[in-house]
Write a new protein. Structure first.
Lengths: 276, 329
């Protein structure tokens, strides 16, 4: 059967724009969580280009979708996608972490396009479950998407929510795990074993999909799969921390960093190469 | 039971029913009846629970508006905040020690910080769990929740006030904590009066001594102590501070303008709760001395029923009288 081909160039262009803006924000002397922002750049691009329905609508009710960035430390990537999609002014990204800016180290609800303040880990999945239940019980059609860090899964509240989501049949809930393999102190599984991660979610009653978190087609296919009635979906996205930043990819020090002029120029040159 | 339910379908019917039966109705049941009545009128009201059983009728009658999240309070509070995208208000029910202390970060960020219409209802507050012990006592809840911006904190003094407070909290657009006990307690009021959030109720006009109390037992202690002092020829006023936040500063300052001593009474730690809140107000104007009656600053692992534990914490008429007389000098 022939289907309309997905608008892959849109998400591709959007991911490059997200990365460019994150690199620019990483000039901030306060540091940017560049690793975890770059690891979700492709996920955010596909979500905003191809998946989410009206994610930045002003009102909360209705059959719009909601995206919750539970790993709020990747705020730079969220600001970048909000600027690139016209939700906030393009120029505002330059104010990242400046005194009086709306763009802090973790996203706050007072910024358009941010439905819930995040950054304290383990909050996003319960919030998203609440949104999903709102879609089941009060505003039919509403869907909830939440991006979780892999290290974040060490917070027990995630597993309270995972249990409840399956129990209450929240099939309009999609969790995306950014499996970049790092947390502040080092490799996630050296700090606290997460594997077998897919089996854990499956045991909690979730449909589990695995994707290369930098392959737009794979991400899009997973996020647009028809729901499995009664079961929430988790997409385990295998990603590379600081993807696209020369010298920082898959490193511990990419967790939070400031990039000097030369480093930014080198990173932007890699992006330009990708664009060409 | 079913005929009972039939006679209290509406908010007005529940108010009548609770008023007539206020001596034997538990505050938590007055609340549960009122919540169901409110939910019948408002199809967008949601009721969440962490494995509680006092709101069973709700789940049976309005299953779409009811979600049981199991013994998982952190998740319940997060879900409550998430649900507000479509449902409001959202009532989240749990035992106070767990709904407040375990889920504090979710309350701080997801509810208070976000200023969402989530109403956290904690039963078994104070020492109401009696012999179940310190794991099940809730003695820090007023202190920690009143520090959070946007929160309203309400402690009904009896079942009648619990029914009224439920309506007020549901109508208020912001987040709230409604603090409830367990057993039925003696009614405080002789007449039906209006309940206004943030407005203290004067139970006895101010005198040389001013008692300020919150919750069922502390208000009964204050009423008894004021009567006893009057018998001894010492005039004493009594304010029921049912709303601990926002505190009715005007009422406090007005009532203590001519008082020579203030005594606060709460079934909560003497640190940081009602007593702390009153001291903050009175100290700023250089008011009379304040004595705080509450649970002392020790790990309170005495075994016994609620009355016994209240007695040993000094939440008694005799201690309230003694503190007042001592403060008068």
């Amino acid at each position: 059967m022939l289907t309309q081909s997905p608008p892959r160039t849109m998400s591709r262009g959007l991911s490059l724009e997200i990365r460019r803006k994150v690199i620019e924000m990483s000039a901030s002397p306060n540091g940017v969580h560049i690793g975890g922002s770059m690891s979700i750049a492709d996920i955010l691009a596909v979500l905003y280009a191809d998946v989410l329905r009206d994610p930045a609508a002003e009102g909360m009710s209705g059959d719009r979708d909601h995206l919750i960035l539970s790993k709020g430390q990747a705020s730079a990537a969220l600001y970048a996608v909000l600027a690139a999609t016209g939700v906030i002014p393009q120029a505002e990204c330059a104010t990242y972490a400046e005194e009086g800016s709306r763009l802090g180290g973790h996203p706050m609800k007072r910024l358009p396009g941010v439905d819930f303040s995040t950054g304290a880990l383990g909050h996003g999945l319960p919030l998203a479950l609440g949104v999903a239940l709102a879609g089941k019980r009060f505003d039919h059609g509403k869907r909830a998407f939440v991006i979780l860090g892999d290290g974040e899964l060490q917070e027990g509240s995630n597993w309270e929510a995972a249990m409840a989501a399956a129990h209450h049949g929240a099939d309009n809930l999609v969790a995306i795990v950014d499996r970049n393999g790092w947390q502040i102190s080092g490799r996630t599984d050296d700090c606290m074993s997460l594997e077998p991660l897919a089996d854990k979610w499956a045991a909690f009653g979730w449909r589990v999909l695995g994707v290369d978190g930098h392959d737009h087609d794979e991400i899009r296919t997973a996020l647009t799969r028809p729901v499995e009635p009664g079961r929430p979906t988790v997409v385990i996205a295998h990603t590379v921390k600081a993807r696209g930043v020369p010298g920082l990819e898959d490193t511990k020090q990419s967790h939070s960093a400031t990039l000097g002029t030369a480093a930014r120029r080198a990173a932007l040159a890699v992006l330009d190469g990708d664009r060409a | 039971m079913s005929t009972d339910i039939a006679t209290r379908r509406t908010v007005a019917q529940v108010l009548d029913h609770v008023w007539e039966n206020r001596a034997r109705v538990e505050s938590r049941n007055a609340y549960a009846m009122m919540l169901l009545a409110l939910a019948r009128e408002n199809p967008n009201l949601a009721c969440l629970t962490a494995d509680m059983n006092f709101e069973d009728h709700f789940a049976g009658e309005l299953p779409r508006q009811h979600v049981d999240l199991g013994i998982a309070e952190q998740n319940m509070i997060g879900v409550a905040a998430g649900l507000t995208v479509s449902a409001r208000p959202v009532f989240a029910n749990g035992m106070s020690p767990f709904a407040i202390a375990r889920a504090f970060e979710q309350i701080k960020i997801d509810v208070a910080g976000a200023n969402l219409p989530v109403k956290i209802v904690g039963t078994h507050a104070g020492l109401a769990s009696g012999h179940y012990g310190p794991t099940h006592h809730s003695l820090e809840d007023l202190g920690v929740i009143r520090m959070l911006p946007n929160m309203t904190v309400v402690v009904p003094a009896d079942s009648w006030e619990a029914a009224q407070a439920t309506v007020a909290v549901a109508e208020d657009p912001g987040p709230a904590y409604l603090r409830l006990g367990r057993q039925a307690t003696a009614p405080l009021y002789q007449e039906r009066g209006a309940f206004v959030l943030g407005r203290a109720r004067v139970l006895r006009e101010p005198g040389r001594v001013l008692f300020i109390a919150t919750g069922p037992h502390p208000n009964l202690v204050a009423a008894g102590a004021a009567r006893e002092l009057a018998d001894q020829g010492v005039s004493a006023g009594h304010l029921n501070m049912h709303t601990v936040k926002p505190l009715d500063q005007e009422a406090v300052l007005h009532a203590c303008a001519n008082a020579e001593a203030v005594v606060t009474i709460e079934d909560h730690r003497a640190l940081g709760g009602l007593g702390g809140a009153v001291c903050e107000v009175v100290a700023e104007v250089g008011g009379p001395p304040v004595r705080r009656i509450g649970v002392p600053d020790i790990h309170y692992d005495l075994v016994g029923g609620e009355e016994y534990l209240l007695h040993h914490a000094g939440i008694t008429v005799s201690n309230a009288v003694a503190q007042a007389l001592d403060a008068l000098g």
